[in-house]
Design a protein. Structure first.
Length: 337
């Protein structure tokens, strides 16, 4: 009886300690800007599982969350932003923005995302355009293609903007099933993230440069599937009668000299082989202080300043495409003299 009582006391004390740690994590550490906790909230409140092999996950419809200090909303299709009509109005050129968390605008207010900035900038310049943001965090090119074919293509875009980032060559992500702690415990998420960071710093895990380089080994599974998916984008655009352009988003931790110029060249070769224009946006930011472009100092996702700069670079290449659409289809024309 005494042994059982002692075991019960130990169990109760352990549970109280765990609840205390969880409470302190949520009350003290969770300031709305802690990367690992905000990603955890994103996964719980905005994402949902899609078990089809080309998807894995997607945005849930009509989601609402506050992440990294900004509001995030999705429409009935899971697109970030307001609801968009099934088809564009007469004379309206529609632009689809496709990509990962950078396109979605991780840590960036909706109005500062490059998707919104491009559309607003073109409208302000007198162009008849609208558009939608199909970016989803943690997507690779294969997933981006699958989502575009299912959700983006039926919206009849005239121009597809594919924002390519160096980690888009990652293989399909794995998903833990029924992991209660990951699903419900903020303390567990923080502890796991910090342990992984220490392991990467002092253990045998590859550093970030080596990690990216390994993605582009000739026989790497992710790179092989990415090349196939890029070809799929070219084919899908032709089938839709849409123009497509690929913008390369630079990795913002080091800009000059840029450590991945050879990888950019490798991606460019594949894109151009498939008949798509490729524009590297590195020149728009390479003279700037890298950390000034990050969401937070530990999180090198592009912040609002960076996304606005990228939008300006995109607009200069999209205007000739709109001119051509105006001449051939009467879309995207200037509404003012």
């Amino acid at each position: 009886m005494k042994v059982a009582l002692n075991l019960l006391l130990i169990l109760v004390a352990s549970l109280l300690c765990l609840f205390a740690v969880e409470g302190l994590t949520r009350l003290v550490l969770d300031d709305g800007m802690l990367y690992e906790l905000e990603m955890w909230k994103y996964a719980r409140e905005v994402k949902m599982r899609d078990t089809r092999p080309d998807f894995g996950h997607r945005h849930r419809p009509q989601a609402q969350a506050r992440l990294m200090g900004v509001d995030v909303r999705t429409d009935s299709r899971g697109l970030r932003g307001p609801e968009i009509a099934d088809k564009p109005a007469d004379g309206m050129a529609r632009i689809a923005f496709v990509g990962d968390s950078i396109t979605m605008g991780w840590g960036v207010a909706e109005q500062e995302t490059f998707a919104r900035q491009v559309i607003d900038g073109l409208v302000k310049a007198g162009r008849k355009v609208d558009g939608f943001n199909l970016g989803v965090g943690n997507y690779n090119t294969r997933q981006e293609l699958a989502l575009f074919r299912e959700v983006g293509a039926p919206l009849k875009p005239d121009i597809i903007v594919l924002a390519y980032f160096i980690n888009d060559a990652e293989p399909m992500p794995s998903y833990a099933d029924n992991d209660w702690l990951i699903e419900h415990s903020a303390a567990w998420v923080v502890a796991g993230y910090r342990f992984d960071s220490l392991f990467r710093q002092f253990g045998e895990a590859p550093d970030w440069k080596r990690y990216y380089r390994d993605l582009y080994e000739p026989k790497a599974a992710g790179w092989l599937q990415t090349q196939k998916a890029l070809g799929g984008f070219a084919t899908t655009a032709r089938e839709l009668g849409a123009r497509i352009i690929v913008f390369n988003i630079p990795e913002l931790r080091e800009l000059k000299p840029y450590p991945f110029a050879d990888i950019t060249a490798k991606v460019r070769a594949v894109v151009e082989k498939d008949g798509m224009p490729f524009v590297d946006l590195l020149p728009t930011v390479e003279t700037l202080d890298p950390a000034s472009l990050w969401v937070t100092v530990p999180d090198p996702h592009p912040n609002g300043k960076a996304e606005i700069i990228f939008a300006r670079g995109m607009i200069s290449d999209l205007v000739p495409m709109l001119d051509e659409l105006c001449r051939t289809k009467g879309k995207g024309c200037l509404t003012t003299p």
